[in-house]
Design a binder for this molecule. Sequence first.
Ligand code: SF4
Length: 286
Amino acid sequence: MKSHGCTLDCFGCCKLNVEVENNKIIKIEADKNHPYTKGIMCEKGKNHFKRLNDKDRLYYPLKRQGEKWISISFEEAIDIIANKLKYYKENYSSNVIMHYSESGSGSILKGIEDIFFNFYGGITRANGGTCWNAGIKAQKYDFGCNKSNFIDDVLYAKNIILWSKNPANSHIHLFNMVKKAKEKGSKVIVIDPIYTNTSSIADIHIKINPSTDAALAMAIAKVIIDDNLHDTKFIKDNVVGFEEYKNYLDTLDMSYLCTECGVDMNTVKDIAYLYAKEKYSTIYIG
Ligand code: SF4
């Protein structure tokens, strides 16, 4: 039995146990003893084995020739890329090469590209991105850093708000923990315009109008501040621009916000009170 990390583009980074016989993989399963993976593998993970043995699996690089793709050797592919890199560096500068990367699989090999391009002479990199980087930037802006909780912490939340998130399909390890938390008595609130597999376990499903999340968030914040449910000490110690935010909320009409997001006033109040009155609530954003 060999131990591997899942190689797919997923933050799960599941630990998989791979059984090999006569140099051939005969079984892949999720590690039951791993604290995150807990023996659960998603559909994409289950397809690793099928993909390995698929008749259409690519074993060699493909090169475009007119309208067709032809199979070439790895040596030829490396030569093509190396010659291009040499050409641009000799005729212009290494900086005319632009390298863009996002998170992809979180394996150790992800760091190798930086070492490679450093040896090449330094290149141009994109600053930021639309996926992972945007999320990190937003968390740093809001909280000062982007540290997240361990997945098991969700068991301690009294209210779990899944806002535009459908972990039943996109994050099954979290979904498993949410179901366990619900069994222990946590309330599950799903905010999503459509009924999803996650909505099926929700205590409250708020069918918000598409693209009106900001209106609902501001309506909830307005109730919390107007009814003095906010933590003034925490705000005083940690929040920049609270007065400006509060003044802005004061200019907004509650019934306008409710109409905009398609959620009635009583439901907004219920959510605001559930969230603000109960110290241990969590929001997962999609
Ligand atoms: S959740 Fe699925 S895709 Fe993601 S790391 Fe685990 S097995 Fe791989």
